[in-house]
Design a protein around this ligand. Sequence first.
Ligand code: S3P
Length: 191
Amino acid sequence: MSRCAAADAPVTLSMAQRGDAIVLVGFMGTGKSSVGREIARRTGFPRFDTDQRVAAQFGCTVAEIFARHGEEAFRKAESAALMSVPKGDAVVVTGGGILIRPENARAVRRLGVVAHLTCGRGVLLRRLARRQERPLLQGPDRVARIDALLEIRAPLYRAAADFEVDTTELTHAEVADAVLGGVEKVRRHAA
Ligand code: S3P
């Protein structure tokens, strides 16, 4: 089953087989983009944002890609964008659905240390209510949709990640501190 493949495959990679990137995964609204920018600023690493890459490739917004070409076209381009990230120093910001493809779970682990950004449900719902452009959260039953997606995806994020950072009460700078600290710990532990 694909869910098992996604959960099992990552643990088979040793640290020596993994790259130097810092990869951020997590649900929409957990602050991946802002935190990725902060980490890139501090480390000087180049930043690869899969949503931005796909949008640039199509020449329109992610919402427009979903509307004009459908989710499958977006997912295909998203996977290709992830696979095109060169191995090396980098901050990789991923879209919230990237791990629904098992090969992407392996890819994020191959790129480097994976941090899972989480957020308490109440704060997450408030953050997501502020921005209306996310294509998967259009239409009625928004909250039920978020809950359903979270239920499916939380185990995928957990399986792929080396550690979690609960962003609920943290500023972006504090999340960046926690991510950089976590990466340091993972690398020290593996050395
Ligand atoms: C998606 C999350 C979005 C974007 C697209 C699909 C998802 O990215 O990739 O709208 O499936 O969760 P963010 O997590 O940056 O909002």
